[in-house]
Design a protein. Structure first.
Length: 382
């Protein structure tokens, strides 16, 4: 088992209407902020809640929401220039993964003298970062608790990861009410993606007793959110269960590591701008079936936590039932079950497999894999 090292950072505030107290929470980090917002939040009326919370405390801030479909290097450069010109004290970010990734990069590189592309090409930042406050508006985030920030290299459309200060993010405010504007299908896809993230972290060679504890509780909460409780004792709203389960899955994945479905979803999304939730969900049952070969015991444990299998089923059968359970949910949601339904050629997907093979994260997958192995997984899911 991997060594267990636990450092408490960042502070996490999770609960309904917590964003209304944002101004109170961020005052200790300064009085002047850049607020990076996912543009969709303005359409849904969510951004006003965040702005109002800051105005109520008399804080000085400006907003940036000129974000296209990807957190690419040119967008990060534009945001970085604005932040430096305004001499801000910190960065506040509200949105999904791409918005939080832009904010992590801006916070990390604010005090650096070299061009952003030095760091995209592997240079490790050394200057003190700006304080970062994150407000996730989805139920999961792969990198929020890690020391990495993903970005899309505008020169090649390849995914790049820059190293960040482990204590870069000072505060995470997770308000379940911010996810209520999503459609039912979006919520369902993100719930399965979060379960996939949790499962891959559970299988990770870097998993510890601590990450396993987080993941097991996460799976239980996600089960209630996806299928409802089998008793009347759980009355927590679905959006709260998803936020709680997603927060714990994100913590567990940061303590352990992600897996092939999440990694490929990131690289395919970077190149072709297809939904990460959708891609992860398509890969999910194939990742389970691959995992049966080497960790059927852990997959069986998740299957039983979900109520899919009982303690009487053998591990391999319980794990197989888990894969069937995911396929049944995909069919019920009426979303693509195969990559070929996304109107993208397998030749293009092979480039995403090569991109994944170039990233350091390939060394932390649940089993030893190369880009060729990842392409085999793509062919199975195609």
């Amino acid at each position: 088992m991997a060594d267990f090292i636990f450092k408490i950072s960042p502070d996490i505030i999770l609960g309904s209407y917590t964003v209304s107290r944002l101004g109170q929470y961020v005052q200790e980090f300064g009085q002047k902020f850049m607020v990076i917002l996912d543009p969709i939040l303005k359409e849904q009326g969510v951004s006003q809640k965040i702005v109002q919370a800051l105005e109520n405390r008399g804080l000085n801030f400006f907003t940036f929401d000129e974000i296209p479909v990807a957190a690419d290097t040119e967008v990060i450069k534009a945001a970085l220039t604005l932040a430096r010109q305004a001499h801000v004290h910190g960065i506040i970010a509200a949105g999904g993964g791409k918005t939080l990734s832009i904010a992590k990069s801006v916070s990390t590189l604010y005090n650096e003298n070299r061009d952003l592309y030095y760091f995209a090409d592997g240079e490790i930042p050394s200057a003190e970062p700006l304080p970062l406050i994150c407000i996730p508006t989805t139920c999961r985030d792969n990198f929020i608790f890690t020391d990495k920030a993903p970005m899309v290299d505008s020169r090649s459309s390849k995914l790049k990861l820059i190293k960040t200060n482990p204590r870069l993010c000072k505060l995470v405010v997770w308000d379940p009410n911010l996810t209520t504007s999503l459609t039912e299908k979006q919520v369902s896809a993100m719930a399965l993606e979060t379960l996939c993230l949790a499962t891959e972290a559970y299988l990770s060679p870097k998993s510890t007793f601590f990450s396993d504890m987080l993941i097991e509780k996460s799976v239980q909460l996600l089960s209630y959110a996806i299928d409802g409780s089998q008793t009347l004792t759980v009355t927590t709203p679905q959006e709260v269960l998803l936020a709680q389960g997603g927060c714990m899955a994100s913590l567990g994945a940061a303590t352990a590591s992600i897996g092939p479905a999440t990694l490929l979803a990131l690289t395919i999304n970077s190149r072709y701008k297809i939904s990460r939730s959708l891609i992860s969900t398509i890969f999910f049952p194939y990742v389970i079936e691959d995992g049966v070969k080497y960790r059927s015991d852990k997959l069986a444990k998740i299957s039983r936590l979900l109520g899919v299998a009982t303690s009487e089923e053998e591990d391999i059968k319980a794990a197989t039932m888990f894969a069937d359970y995911i396929r049944q949910h995909i069919a019920r949601m009426n979303i693509p079950a195969r990559l070929k339904e996304l109107s993208i050629s397998i030749d293009k997907l092979s480039l995403a497999a090569e991109d994944a093979g170039d990233l350091e994260m390939i060394n932390s997958l649940p089993r030893s894999m190369t880009s060729d192995d990842l392409f085999e997984l793509i062919k199975q899911a195609y």
